[in-house]
Write a protein that binds this ligand. Sequence first.
Ligand code: 6MZ
Length: 346
Amino acid sequence: MDLFELCKKVPKVELHAHLNGSLSEKTLTTLDVPQHLLEGYQIINNLAVTTPEKLNECFKLFKIAHDATASVNSIYVATKHVIEEFYKDNVIYLELRTTPRQESNMTKEEYIAAVVRAIEESKDFITVKLILSIDRRHSMEVSKNALNIILEMHEMYPDIIKGIDLCGDPSQGTFHENLFIEARNSGLKITLHCGEIKNDQEVLQMLKFKPDRIGHGTCIHPNYEGSDELWKLYKSSSIPTECCLTSNVLCGTTSTYSKHHTREWLQDELPFCINTDDKGVFNTSASEELLHAIENLNLPKTFLIDHSLSAIEYAFASEKEKMKIKEFLMDWKKQNQGLFNETVSK
Ligand code: 6MZ
């Protein structure tokens, strides 16, 4: 079995996937996206793929996906598609994140309920949890209103809505820490996009806040535009980091896969997991991300299954659900030991 086949076969855990960034071209077509928007998506997608340093370009793509999911039915259909695509890639545990949006004929509550409905309908074949995002570009007032709705919906769907995220264009906006303190006090887990670009002061504030996980963590280590002080603090907190290789390479925040900052996590044996970020925008999959990791970061084949076993530890599901998935993964590992012993042909 070649290495990519093995990456596909392994049961996987995905913890950092933005819903609207995960829409494949096929999904956008199904959603009746007007032809000119779809063409725009393809053009910018190609630009992003062939030209690095495109963090700004990728943020334009989200507008196209947002136009395609501007109704209750379209966000519901989009969620179904995204879940199915992860499932077909052998992802057994998925945490989707999305920013609740109000549109002319949809409230934020209706948006969340539609996503939850799609998740509930998938529960027989894949475990999916929802993280609701606050966009760092939004004002305190808009974010506070979003948080109130998120807390209300969390009370209605406590088994599905598990966490809250801070995301959005890292070159804009701010981290409204008070809102995240309130979310934490209401029982939500916290993940923050942290240090995706250099911003020492904010990284310091975020690390001191001690979220349950951070996203990216690019500019923390001194070799990657961070500092000794930040790295020391990060190491002492040992917060699991959601690494997104292709996203960072295509956005130009990392020069190549083999120079990705995950190397420092491996070197210092710090907790991390590998993720897709926006599989539609970056034209990737959970299996491809694992392949890049194995091929470029000098990892053994057993990393594939051991990655799922460690990532599930960092998940926001209940301890009981995590234990069940862990047992499944350990059984799978035992039964498929041979796959990791045989010589891999590329
Ligand atoms: C920061 C990102 C992101 O929420 O509409 N998003 N935020 N850094 C990134 N790195 C590339 N990729 C995606 O999904 C799209 C939204 O996710 C955030 C952005 O705010 C984007 O608008 P949802 O489902």
